[in-house]
Design a protein around this ligand. Structure first.
Ligand SMILES: [Zn+2]
Ligand SMILES: [Zn+2]
Length: 254
């Protein structure tokens, strides 16, 4: 009986940690859950709704299984205080490597990253150019660091990226505690990079399992990773009539 009890405490701590990372669950100042558990339950429900699970607000095996899946480190819900510009106001976007992984030869990393950018270039008017200048838009880095979204060693969080903007905006970080590969063992760098570059271009997580922007890792499937939803999202974001400048303003300024 005690073992079962300990297990449920550990499960709860694990879920708490997950919900803090991806659903902005707030801790009280002493780091304990609110006694009512209302906030916790509502965050569990938010997560269950996102993943299309049975919305019980309770710890069940399906919910735990989804929470244990390797995934992207970007939250599934937005915190309004971190709202940034939603897109790049240009069509040529530069990227630069800061740190490589030792898991793969550099030439392999280069070609996988280039292919991941091509996925989005084919679906939009965007062009991606490698640069060695300090002011490149997207800094690509393999690291085991802690920043706004700290990495957690092997498993769970694989990578994260920041939305368009200056400074850290667009920067894409891969957890170098993972084993990065070009195939189906470990984690496929092409697949993860293509997902992260979606964020670097301004896309959010999708609830649609077919979408490349679904937060959980999916093994390598086909050459064209994008679902019709992904194609529509990137086109909407970078077509002339959408984006951060309101249409009414564009009209009046002509
Ligand atoms: Zn993501
Ligand atoms: Zn980072």
């Amino acid at each position: 009986k005690q073992v079962a009890c300990l297990c449920s405490i550990l499960c709860r701590l694990f879920m708490q940690d997950y919900l803090q990372h991806y659903y902005h669950l707030q801790n009280d100042p002493l780091g304990r859950m609110k006694r009512s558990g209302l906030s916790f339950t509502s965050k569990v429900k938010d997560m269950q709704i996102f993943f299309g699970l049975n919305v019980s607000g309770r710890l069940d095996s399906d919910t735990l299984e989804v929470m244990r899946s390797p995934r992207c480190g970007v939250p599934d819900v937005e915190e309004y205080s971190h709202a940034q510009t939603t897109r790049w106001n240009k069509n040529v976007i530069t990227y630069r490597y800061l740190l490589y992984t030792r898991d793969l030869p550099r030439s392999t990393v280069d070609s996988l990253i280039e292919s991941a950018f091509s996925v989005w270039a084919r679906a939009s008017s965007l062009t991606f150019v490698r640069s060695n200048t300090r002011n490149a838009d997207i800094m690509v880095e393999f690291a085991t660091h802690g920043d706004l979204f700290p990495f957690d060693g092997p498993g769970r969080t694989l990578a994260h990226a920041f939305g368009p903007g200056s400074g850290i905006g667009g920067d894409t970080h891969f957890d170098d505690a993972e084993r990065w590969t070009a195939g189906e063992t470990g984690f496929n760098l092409f697949v993860v990079a293509a997902h992260e570059f979606g964020h670097a271009l301004g896309l959010k997580h999708s609830r649609n399992r077919e979408s490349l922007m679904f937060p959980n890792y999916k093994p390598f499937r086909s050459a064209n990773l994008l679902s019709s939803e992904d194609v529509a999202s990137i086109k909407a974001l970078y077509s002339k009539h959408f984006g951060c400048i309101p249409e009414s303003y564009q009209r009046s300024s002509k």
